[in-house]
Design a protein around this ligand. Structure first.
Ligand SMILES: Nc1ncnc2c1ncn2[C@@H]1O[C@H](COP(=O)(O)OP(=O)(O)OP(=O)(O)O)[C@@H](O)[C@H]1O
Ligand SMILES: [Mg+2]
Length: 497
């Protein structure tokens, strides 16, 4: 029966997935491995939390660093100034002013640093017309007495014998009202060195603290995210068909979500199953009335008066029969397969299929070249693979002259089954249409024109590549048979568990 027919909207839509070259593109995305880079991808929760930890730690540590150095400097400076004031007072106490205004000092200042040459600690006592007294540390240079111009202690930063100094001074009245200037100075450098050494040490310690906080943050993020990783694994198992629900125990924040998802998955599975059964039942129920209509139409076709009408009836019921057979075949395939995610090997599938087809087409010669690939583990359900290969082998046997050759070859990610016949083949244009329901190019050979449409559906549902290609005749360039190429993804080692 090769009556013209109109494709349904759904069939047309499915047909669009076959490219002009007759290639069926895998619709299902392959499950991908969870690489480390994906775990820390730009849009990952981990990265967000880590960025927050980084920002928080950075701001905290910078704040501590700034306030600690400021506070320390303030304290050290205050302590220094206190010390210098004490020294000015001590100096004023130790220096004796004689009746003629002569200056004398019998005991040194308590701080030994005023004795060490160019130590940065200096003092000076001077009065007009008298010999100036200087600390033994001041082996050269002098201090400016102008800072000491009142009886209260003043201070400013001046240039001293060994660089800028913090200079303190006070004035005392000598005999006859002559002023005596007491000046004490310390190099600013000494204060700066103390502050710099504190800052250096603090920086090292705070950097270590920041690193410790960041690594604990990293550990906390990894630990906190572990349930989500488990959920991702459970989802992958569900997606690949190795589990019927999301398995595992989850923390109370995500457990309700997982439970809801499981209820939803179960509900969905039931709905799909019921719909499949309904479609199958409907197709079955239409079969008998359709054969009655076809019989009646065939009878009417014998009468010249009703022949024309009968032909229309026959053509239309032919289309209906095709659709019914197609739906039934799909419902059968969907019910028998374990669904995506099951595994098979070419050896276990091809053996029984080839011997069944050999019995069916006794006059054909089947050649099987396994190429050492029989044991390859394929990511496809064995029932689906067996149906797909049976359809292609049946076609090859139907149209071959003598021989059907089945060849296996594998590359890194897939196994290719090449089914080659030595029949008339198909042109590229015919290959472009061959996958549509009801397409037939040879009215002599029996068939419904459904095989390739079903093969396409199975290939798409399993992420398998399906392609037809003419075998070029070396002599004339005309097709010398047809190649059907099926590329099945190989299971990754971690998927087979
Ligand atoms: N190996 C082949 N060599 C030549 N023509 C082929 C080959 N395979 C398929 N065809 C052509 O493509 C058409 C569609 O094939 P398909 O398997 O869909 O239908 P069928 O074999 O005619 O019927 P069914 O498979 O439903 O019994 C065939 O009718 C035939 O004309
Ligand atoms: Mg066929």
């Amino acid at each position: 029966m090769n009556a013209p027919f109109e494709t349904s909207a759904e069939t047309a839509a499915q047909g669009r997935q076959v490219s002009a070259g007759g290639k069926v593109k895998a619709r299902l995305a392959q499950p991908r491995g969870r690489s480390r880079s994906r775990r820390f991808g730009w849009n990952s929760l981990r990265l967000r939390i880590l960025a927050a930890v980084l920002l928080w730690t950075g701001l905290g540590i910078a704040g501590i660093w700034y306030s600690a150095t400021r506070l320390f400097a303030k304290h050290v400076e205050a302590q220094y100034h206190d010390e210098l004031q004490v020294h000015v007072k001590e100096l004023a106490r130790l220096v004796e002013i004689g009746p003629g205004g002569t200056l004398r000092m019998d005991r040194p200042l308590s701080d030994p640093r005023f004795l060490e040459p160019m130590s940065g600690f200096y003092w000076q006592v001077s009065a007009a017309g008298q010999e100036t007294l200087r600390s033994p540390s001041m082996t050269r240079g002098h201090l400016d007495p102008s800072v000491a111009h009142a009886s209260t202690i003043r201070h400013l930063v001046e240039n001293g014998p060994s660089g800028p100094t913090i200079t303190y001074g006070m004035l005392r009245e000598g005999p006859r009202g002559k002023p005596v200037h007491f000046v004490i100075a310390t190099d600013v450098r000494l204060l700066d060195e103390i502050i710099a050494s504190f800052t250096r040490e603090l920086t090292v310690w705070l950097t270590l603290l920041a690193l410790a906080l960041l690594s604990t943050g990293l550990v906390a993020v990894s630990f906190g995210m572990r349930p989500l990783d488990r959920l991702a694994v459970a989802t992958a198992r569900l997606r690949s068909g190795r589990a019927a629900r999301l398995e595992g125990r989850y923390p109370e924040e995500i457990a309700p979500l997982v439970e809801d998802l499981n209820v939803f998955i179960e509900h969905n599975r039931k709905v799909v199953e019921e719909a499949r059964v309904e479609a199958g039942n409907l197709a079955h129920a239409l079969r008998t009335p359709l054969s009655v209509i076809t019989d009646e139409a065939e009878r009417l076709a014998l009468d010249p008066r009703t022949e024309a009408t009968a032909k229309v009836l026959l053509s239309q019921s032919g289309t209906m029969v095709q659709q019914v057979e197609y739906r039934l075949a799909r419902a059968r395939a969907a019910a028998s397969g374990a669904g995506p995610g099951a595994f098979s090997t070419p050896g276990e599938v091809l053996g029984p299929v080839l011997s069944a087809l050999q019995r069916l087409h006794r006059e054909r010669h089947f050649v099987f070249e396994a190429g050492g690939c029989e044991e390859a583990i394929l990511r496809i359900d064995p029932v689906d693979l067996s149906e797909l290969l049976s359809i292609l082998l049946d076609n090859a046997a139907k149209w071959s002259r003598e021989e059907v050759r089945v060849m296996l070859a594998r590359d890194a990610g897939s196994l290719t089954v090449r089914i080659r016949d030595d029949g008339p083949g198909l042109t590229r244009e015919q290959i472009g249409q061959a996958f549509e329901v009801g397409t037939r190019f040879d009215a002599q050979t029996p068939g419904f024109g459904l095989g390739l449409a079903i093969a396409r559906d199975i290939a798409l549902a399993n992420g398998v590549g399906l392609e037809l290609a003419p075998v070029a005749d070396e002599g004339e360039g005309a097709p010398a048979g047809l190649d059907a190429l099926v590329s099945i993804p190989l299971a990754r080692a971690d998927e087979q568990g």
